[in-house]
Design a protein around this ligand. Structure first.
Ligand SMILES: [Zn+2]
Length: 155
């Protein structure tokens, strides 16, 4: 028997410590909170994705009276990238929740990011932004170790 230990590494920043580009992406994400439709949970989440050409694509959670139909902010942004910016690749993802400590993407969104990283042959940079703290890391494997991927289908 072997015990396998998995560690993750995040870097914590304050907003003032970020680069100009990262501040811009987080501010875009915060601004996208107004796109959230969350009358049921009252939990607003927004997402801003910077593409390889510098363009920023926004998303926000979209709830439905039929709860299983709810869409996460990250999913709406990823769908916009795939459907409206075909051929572009993702550089960085900012996810904002208006609470002090950053929230991390749900399991469904982690798996979605994994698919897009596989499709685009790269690891994305992530900024998880609360009102005060920001967690940074590279690659969704950080939050989804031992992820299921297309490689598993072909083995
Ligand atoms: Zn999600």
């Amino acid at each position: 028997m072997n015990k396998i230990e998995i560690q993750i590494e995040l870097t914590q920043y304050l907003f003032e410590e970020l680069s100009v580009d990262d501040k811009e992406l987080i501010l875009a994400s915060k601004n996208a909170l107004k796109l959230s439709h969350s009358p049921y949970s009252k939990f607003k989440v927004s997402c801003a994705i910077r593409l390889d050409n510098g363009q920023i694509v926004l998303g926000a959670n979209q709830e439905n009276a039929s709860y299983p139909m709810c869409l996460c902010a990250e999913g709406t942004a990823l769908a916009a990238v795939a459907s409206q910016y075909h051929g572009r690749t993702i550089e960085k993802v900012a996810i904002h929740v208006p609470i002090d400590t950053p929230a991390s993407p749900c399991g469904f969104c982690r798996q979605s990011f994994k698919e897009y990283e596989t499709r685009m042959h790269k690891k994305f940079d992530y900024l998880l932004a609360g009102n005060t703290d920001i967690y940074c890391f590279q690659g969704i494997d950080t939050l989804l170790p031992l992820a299921f991927s297309s490689a598993d289908l072909n083995s």
